[in-house]
Design a protein around this ligand. Sequence first.
Ligand code: ZLS
Ligand code: CA
Ligand code: ZN
Length: 408
Amino acid sequence: SNGITRPKGHKVSFHYNSGVEDMHFGKTHPMKPWRLTLTKHLVLGYGLQYAMDTYVAMPASEEQVRAFHDPDYVDFLKAVSPQTFETLCKVPRYQRFIPPKHEGDTVDLGPFNLSTSPGADCPVFDGMSEYLFLYTGATLAATNQLLTGQSDIAINWSGGLHHAHKSEASGFCYINDIVLAIIDLLHLYPRVLYIDIDVHHGDGVEEAFQRQPRVMTLSYHRYGPYDETGHKFFPGTGDLADTGLKGTIGEHFALNVPIPSGIDDRQYKYLFESITARAIDAYKPKAIVLQCGADSLGGDRLGQFNINIKQHGECVSFVKKQGLPLLILGGGGYTARNVARAWCHETALATDNGSQLPDRIPLDLVPRPQAFTGRAHGDGLLFPKFQRDHKNDCVEAELEYMVKRLEW
Ligand code: ZLS
Ligand code: CA
Ligand code: ZN
């Protein structure tokens, strides 16, 4: 055997529907659902299915999605396709959802920030409706597995779409599966901690719970101007001073850790472990949702951090160590081979098999082997090093200041 064993003392489940893999956001679009094919095949290639219960997820129902989203938005998402988009746009009840045109917008946006233009963040593509309800269904199945006590850790790498709003798609996210999961967890658990290590701010989740104290949101993200033109890194929110909606009982129950480009493993570990430990200690959550966006890795097509897979995984281990019911979700990640490596490694960590994965990827077991054999980042290894991808703008004193400021 390859040494993969079931974890002792806790149960892990893996929720997935391969239907999400065949989707294409568009030729140039950075979101590549086939990164999930790579992830699945690495997980299976290493034999991690023997360490956990694997489930084929059913699509979420419209009613489940309406627990957070506007009913008009849900109807639109259910019916939309490249063929129906234009007709749907003309339906009167959708007119109030057409966003005002901003100066410099290159594409015309339809209702809910959706568009059939290939230049849009949230395009309408073939099979999109199926895709959305499938990744959401997998997250809700994983959540249910925790609620019924059948799993201690439940994983859905196709979920974690943290930017979606109540009645608006944003930043490649259409249905906010995370918000839906947390709403379900609140039926059983009095306090839920949401932790987000995607390189982008988890704005949709923060916004959904900003008025109430039963969910604490904690996002680590790239923040600040990133080019000569002064453009902000998407979505431009998540300042250190933003801690929940002022004047409501939700104030102080959102935490943001805005980070400059190029942060390295040691610096990230320092921020993540001191701030997360302090948050857990003060808040005493009864369940944790961890969004593991892999765009915080060095070498990511969109990200600007220099984190290695080892440190990304240590965040997962650190959270797992708390011994609370844990929902593990995916998110961003735009250099597909590294996404698959990280999420496979993290599946191994969740099942206590972290030390059982040899650095050599079993190439004979993965499809698209060409994706792993480029020269770029020491490819062919599970743990390539991508330390020097981005200029490190982290001032140690500022990191220390953030840790102090976030203590209360
Ligand atoms: O957190 O920066 C933006 C917004 C724009 C620039 C891009 N144009 C298309 C719209 C206006 C200000 N959007 C970001 C969104 C990042 C979402 C991250 C999601 C997550 O990881 C969770 C899953 C952005 N960054 C890069 C792009 N968009 C982008 C790059 C390249 C393309 C191709 C397709 C589309 C248009 C050309 C596109 C978007
Ligand atoms: Ca984040
Ligand atoms: Zn992201």
